[in-house]
Design a protein around this ligand. Structure first.
Ligand code: SF4
Length: 345
């Protein structure tokens, strides 16, 4: 860590500043509170990956902004985009139970937190991590690896479990009083909820989570995408979050909207070379066909689109197709139930 000597000297005559990695959940909120109580100035940093799914209905950074405002601290958001997609393809430390590369993900986040720390003259990083809470990244061995690889060894303070962990630099330097920190371990939230009430946090947020990479159904879609398209774009990833997915060939995939909102999002996300399909004259989904497509595949996509529409099942119906600025129609029959299952991802 560069500039340590300089920063230690500075601590003698100015208020100590640290970064807190804030998720919007209870643990990082409590960690921040405990450190603020020690008179330390905090700047919050929130990370957004292409796989965040904070389902509060108000936009994904809403909850964390609300928490930062309640704590009265500044919030900076770091967006991890293409570099995160690179990471997900081949994580050095592998995946968890889904497609979650938690160790590599945390390394990337700590590296970025370290950059911010140096830029704003902060002295250490605070997190809401609890020893033993998450199997892949919150055990002592993984925490060490993450710190070492991110170049922040000794500079990460985890107030909720600090007394179970090795002394950190902020504790050794006397910037933080270890005695006022905690020794929480494991997955139960009981101790955190009691602490929240003690600290006057009456509205206890649900566990932060919100990472689609731990979701089995989403992980299956992502695995399929990476198998057939080793270089997906952020747009390909956004499409994974919507609709029903069908692998029609190694080079073509169909996404069928499940409701009005998804249909609108599919229209927003489609690119000119995609094929947009919609049954004529009956309520039904928007389908987006992406890839290298021949007439057989187009007919197959149309028959799947009919399956999810209100069109009668015993006769052919017209399906409108749009691509590259051109519109045309196809006559399609509904696909067999047994056949459709073979394409579903
Ligand atoms: S759950 Fe998702 S966001 Fe959290 S560390 Fe794992 S991969 Fe990263």
């Amino acid at each position: 860590m560069k500039d340590v000597g300089k920063s230690i000297k500075r601590k003698e005559d100015s208020k100590i500043k640290a970064i807190v990695m804030l998720s919007g959940g209870l643990d990082s909120t409590l960690a921040a509170k405990l450190i603020l109580q020690q008179g330390i100035e905090l700047i919050a940093v929130a990370f957004k990956t292409p796989f965040c799914d904070f389902d509060c209905g108000k936009g994904c950074t809403y909850r964390v902004r609300d928490v930062a405002d309640n704590l009265g601290i500044e919030l900076r958001t770091i967006i991890l985009g293409d570099e995160y997609i690179e990471l997900i393809k081949n994580p050095k430390y592998g995946y968890g139970s889904g497609m979650n590369p938690c160790i590599d993900c945390r390394i990337m986040m700590f590296r970025r937190a370290k950059e911010l720390m140096e830029k704003i003259g902060a002295s250490f990083i605070v997190t809401g991590e609890v020893l033993g809470q998450r199997p892949m990244s919150q055990n002592a061995k993984a925490m060490k690896i993450i710190e070492r690889e991110a170049g922040v060894e000794g500079y990460v303070l985890r107030p909720l479990s600090a007394k179970l962990l090795e002394l950190t630099i902020p504790e050794k330097m006397g910037w933080v009083n270890r005695e006022a920190l905690l020794a929480i371990r494991g997955r139960s939230r009981k101790a955190q909820i009691e602490l929240a009430h003690k600290l006057g946090i009456n509205e206890v947020p649900n566990p932060a989570g919100g990472c689609l990479l731990t979701d089995p159904a989403f992980s299956k879609r992502l695995k399929d995408l990476l198998q057939y398209n080793p270089n997906p774009t952020l747009n390909d990833i956004e499409l994974l979050k919507l609709g029903r997915h069908f692998r029609l060939s190694s080079k073509a995939k169909l996404i069928v909207g499940r409701n009005k909102v998804e249909n609108q999002k599919l229209l927003l996300l489609h690119s000119p070379s995609d094929f947009i399909l919609e049954v004529e004259g009956f309520m039904g989904p928007i389908s987006l066909l992406r890839g290298i497509v021949d007439n057989d595949l187009l007919n197959l996509a149309a028959s799947i689109t009919v399956r999810y529409s209100d069109a009668p099942k015993d006769r052919s119906v017209m399906v409108n197709v749009k691509s590259e600025g051109k519109n045309w129609k196809l006559l399609a029959n509904i696909i067999d139930e047994d056949k459709i299952k073979t394409y579903r991802i």
